[in-house]
Design a protein around this ligand. Structure first.
Ligand code: IMP
Length: 434
C-alpha cells in the first residue's frame, strides 16, 4: 500500500509531524524529491531531532529511502547519520544509485547566482539544490553511483569543474582562487572528498525503484514523503520563486520509480493560514499585528535557515490549484490553534484581477502580484484548552465552521486536524493506511 503526503501550499505545512505519525504504520519511508533544503524537526522519545536528508520515519524503526528524484549532499547525509548513531538510533537508510549529488561548486553557484539575480532571486536555502538539478537536466551531473567509480568521477570532474569555475569567474566576475570558494573548484580536493563519501555510503546504495517495488510486492506499507509544497513545484508553482523539483504527486512516481497505480492515497497537508520563506508576491500577506501574531504563536521561523517566515491568510485559489494537480484523496489541516484569538478569521476565497474573479492561481507572477484577495470572514475562537481537545467535537463550533468550509471548497475530507505541534495534539478522523 502506498500513501503519499504532499504540501498543498508553500512548504512548512506540517508534513514532518504527519510523516512521523504515518511512519508508525509505514515500513518504508521514501523521499522522492528535493534535498537538504527540507528540514523536519521531530521529537521522539523526548528528544528533538532535526533532519534534512534522512526521512524522519527512521526514528520509528522504518527503512528510509532517498529516491532517485532527490539531490544528495553526502557530507550532510553522513553527518546526520553519525548524529543519529551517537544518540543511539541505528538508522536504516538506502540511497538511490541514480540520485544526483550536490557538489561543493553547486553550493557556491547557488549563492553567487542568487546575489546576481536581483528581483528574480527565489530566496533559496543556499544548499546548492537548483544548480544540482540544472546539471542533472544538462546531463553533466554526478550521480550517487559515480562516487563508487573513482576514475569515471575524476574524468567527469575534469570536464565539469573548469566550466563551473569559468561561470563564477568570467560570468559573475568572482575570483575563486585563494578565497573561501577555492576548494570547491579544486578537482583533486573534491575528488578525494567525494570518493571517501562513496566508500562510507557504499553498502547503502541501491536500485531504489527495485527496492521500493519489492517491499510493496511483499505487502509492506510505504509512505512517500513529499518535501516543500505544491506552489514550489518547478512546473506548477510560482515560477521563478520556487524550488527545482516536482513537489506534486507525480514527483513520487518519477522520483521513486513507482507506477501511478501504486499510490492509492494522496494526502494534502495544509496549514490553516499561509507561510512562506523566500521572495516573490504573496497576495494574502499580512504585514501587521495579525501577521506578528501568526509568526509568534506559530513559531514561524525556518527549520533550515532560521529565517522569519512571511505569513498570510489561507489562500483558496492556491489550494484549489493544489487539489486539482494532486487529486487529493484526503487532506490534513494543521495549526488551527495558531488562529486562536484572531477575530475575524479570514480566508481568501477568490482573487479579483482586471475586473475578473479568479478561483485559481494565475501562472504569470506579474498577474499574481496584482491579484486582490476577496475574503470570506469567519467568527474567531478563543480561550480553548487545546490539551483537553480529544475529538473533533471538542474544538469550538467557530473553528469547526472554518474547517468544514475549507473541506467543502477543496473537495476532499480532512483525515486529520492538528491543534498543536506534538503528536498527541492531533484529531485523527481517518487513517490513510487503513
Ligand atoms: P531551494 O529549494 O533552496 O532552491 O529554494 C527555492 C525556494 O524554495 C526558496 O524560495 C526557498 O525558500 C523555498 N524552499 C525550499 N525548501 C523549502 C522548504 O522545505 N520549506 C519552505 N520553503 C522552501
Amino acid at each position: 500500500m502506498g500513501v503519499t503526503i504532499v504540501g498543498a501550499q508553500l512548504g512548512d505545512e506540517g508534513k514532518g509531524k504527519f510523516a512521523d505519525i504515518y511512519s508508525e504504520t509505514a515500513d518504508v519511508i521514501v523521499r522522492f524529491q528535493g534535498g537538504n533544503n527540507a528540514g523536519h524537526t521531530v521529537v521522539a522519545n523526548g528528544e528533538e531531532f532535526k533532519l534534512h536528508h534522512v526521512p524522519s520515519g527512521v526514528l520509528r524503526g522504518g527503512t528510509g529511502v532517498i529516491g532517485n528524484g532527490c539531490v544528495v549532499d553526502p557530507g550532510v547525509l553522513l553527518e546526520e547519520l553519525d548524529g543519529l548513531e551517537e544518540r543511539g538510533v541505528d538508522a536504516d537508510v538506502r540511497i538511490a544509485e541514480r540520485a544526483h549529488v550536490i557538489m561543493p561548486y553547486h553550493r557556491v553557484i547557488d549563492g553567487v547566482e542568487e546575489d546576481a539575480k536581483g528581483d528574480m532571486a527565489a530566496g533559496t536555502t543556499g544548499r546548492g539544490i537548483g544548480p544540482t538539478y540544472e546539471d542533472k537536466v544538462g546531463r553533466r551531473g554526478v550521480r550517487v553511483l559515480d562516487l563508487l567509480k573513482p576514475d569515471a568521477l575524476r574524468e567527469k570532474l575534469e570536464y565539469v569543474v573548469p566550466t563551473k569555475r569559468a561561470l563564477v569567474e568570467d560570468v559573475f566576475g568572482i575570483e575563486v582562487n585563494g578565497t573561501e570558494h577555492g576548494e570547491a573548484f579544486d578537482v583533486d580536493a573534491v575528488h578525494e572528498e567525494y570518493v571517501e563519501y562513496g566508500e562510507r555510503l557504499r553498502d547503502d546504495i541501491v536500485n531504489a525503484s527495485e527496492y521500493v517495488n519489492d517491499r510493496m510486492d511483499a505487502g509492506d506499507a510505504v509512505l512517500f514523503e513529499g518535501a516543500q509544497g505544491t506552489s514550489l513545484d518547478i512546473d506548477h508553482g510560482i515560477y521563478p520563486y520556487l524550488t527545482s523539483s516536482n513537489t506534486t504527486v507525480g514527483g513520487a512516481c518519477t522520483g521513486a520509480g513507482v507506477g501511478a497505480t501504486r499510490l492509492e492515497e494522496t494526502v494534502g497537508i495544509m496549514k490553516a493560514y499561509l507561510s512562506r520563506v523566500g521572495t516573490g508576491p504573496l497576495p494574502t500577506e499580512l504585514e501587521n499585528d495579525v501577521g506578528d501574531h501568526l509568526v509568534e504563536v506559530g513559531n514561524e521561523y525556518g527549520t533550515t535557515t532560521g529565517r522569519r517566515r512571511r505569513v498570510g491568510w489561507f489562500d483558496l485559489p492556491m489550494v484549489r490549484h493544489a487539489a486539482r494537480l494532486n487529486d487529493f484523496t484526503g487532506g490534513v489541516l494543521t495549526s488551527i490553534d495558531v488562529l486562536e484569538g484572531l477575530d475575524p478569521v479570514r480566508v481568501c476565497e477568490a482573487y479579483e484581477l482586471d475586473g475578473e474573479t479568479l478561483d485559481s492561481m494565475p501562472a504569470d507572477m506579474d498577474d499574481w502580484a496584482r491579484c486582490e484577495p476577496v475574503y470570506q470572514e469567519f467568527d474567531g475562537w478563543d480561550g480553548v484548552d487545546w490539551d483537553a481537545v480529544e475529538t473533533y467535537d471538542d474544538i469550538p463550533k467557530e473553528a469547526r465552521e472554518y474547517v468544514e468550509y475549507l473541506e467543502d471548497e477543496i473537495g476532499a475530507p480532512f483525515y486529520a486536524v492538528s491543534v498543536g505541534p506534538d503528536r498527541e495534539q492531533t484529531i485523527t478522523r481517518t487513517d490513510p493506511f487503513k
